[in-house]
Design a protein around this ligand. Structure first.
Ligand SMILES: [Zn+2]
Ligand SMILES: [Zn+2]
Ligand SMILES: [Zn+2]
Length: 331
């Protein structure tokens, strides 16, 4: 059973993965591990993944056989386990609990060489819809408090399989980066009586120098204090605290802006490795005035080095105004 441990100084939780205990020699070869070879996510290899949780399939095909356009399966090597009790306990000054949670894989396409930026918009919409269905379902688990959807694209961004996929992790705690963001938004609201994200959207639509694109319901921007070159955020224009409670009619436009934004990043930076995450409200605060869901895309163009580790300060060599300019111009 993996273990969750809390740092008593920062209040930061980490997952100690006891089962995957790695020896020093396992790390040395990590970066050189070849990508490719047999792919358990390809159509036809359904029996190489755990049984599907949900799938979008052609009529008449049965679960765990070919004929699907998207599948969600439990991660074969989960960071957290779904069975068991939380078992919160102290160990002297330290706090820990069992690594309970869900870890799922969204297989975004049956074909090995498609990526989100090459898939048709309808397929991207289905990916977002699958996130929504899984998030709503996981919210029902009383032991859990937060669900994060994320994607690693490319080896440098942490993808261990080449086949296009994203992951969903549901946690028994609200992770620190998220609670910092929620607290910050709450403080801003307490002071101004307005949502900080709504204010950002209003100003970015006015100034337009960090605006990458917009459609009727969403904008994508290079944030004012971008940590990384070409960091990009996508936000719904109307106030909306949780991704999974977005009106069904908006997923079409969410897919359109995600698809086009990734396409532009791919054009300008020639298919860069990247991560994206969806930040949504915690389970206890689904509906509120201060938090506003968004999707953050972080191309992996620079490495986080000593100064960043030591200070939490980032040095970004590309001003967001310039990044937005390149992305706006891209066709
Ligand atoms: Zn594949
Ligand atoms: Zn808002
Ligand atoms: Zn965020």
């Amino acid at each position: 059973m993996p273990e969750l441990r809390r740092d008593p100084i920062h209040g930061r939780w980490v997952i100690i993965s006891t089962e995957r205990g790695r020896r020093p020699s396992d790390f040395a070869t990590e970066e050189r591990r070849p990508v490719g070879g047999f792919c358990p996510l390809c159509e036809g290899n359904e029996n190489k993944t755990p049984p599907e949780i949900i799938a979008f399939r052609n009529n008449g095909t049965s679960p765990n056989t070919p004929g699907w356009t998207l599948r969600v399966v439990p991660n074969k090597f989960p960071a957290l386990r779904i069975e068991g009790e939380l078992g919160r306990e102290g160990d002297g000054i330290y706090d820990k609990m069992n690594g309970i949670g869900a870890h799922e894989v969204v297989i975004e396409t049956p074909s090995h060489h498609e990526t989100i930026s090459t898939l048709p918009q309808e397929a991207v919409k289905n990916i977002l819809w699958a996130y929504r269905e899984r998030m709503i379902d996981l919210r029902g688990d009383q032991r859990l408090r937060y669900v994060l959807v994320f994607k690693n694209h490319g080896v440098a961004a942490g993808a261990s399989l080449e086949h296009s996929h994203s992951q969903i992790i549901a946690l028994p705690i609200v992770p620190r980066r998220v609670s910092e963001e929620i607290e910050g938004a709450k403080n801003y609201f307490g002071y101004k009586d307005r949502c900080v994200f709504c204010d950002i959207i209003r100003q970015e639509l006015q100034q337009r120098n960090r605006l990458i694109m917009e459609n009727q319901s969403f904008i994508s921007i290079a944030p004012f204090a971008s940590r990384f070159p070409f960091e990009t955020w996508i936000l719904p224009k109307a106030h909306n605290p949780s991704f999974e409670h977005t009106a069904p009619s908006l997923y079409e436009q969410a897919a359109q802006i995600l698809s086009e934004t990734l396409h532009r990043l791919s054009q300008v930076l020639s298919d860069p490795p990247y991560n994206y995450v969806i930040h949504t409200s915690s389970f206890s605060e689904t509906d509120n005035d201060h938090y506003h869901w968004h999707l953050e895309i972080m191309p992996k163009l620079t490495k986080v080095a000593g100064f960043e580790w030591g200070t939490g300060f980032y040095i970004n060599p590309t001003p967001p105004e310039e990044a937005a300019h390149y992305l706006r111009e891209a066709k």
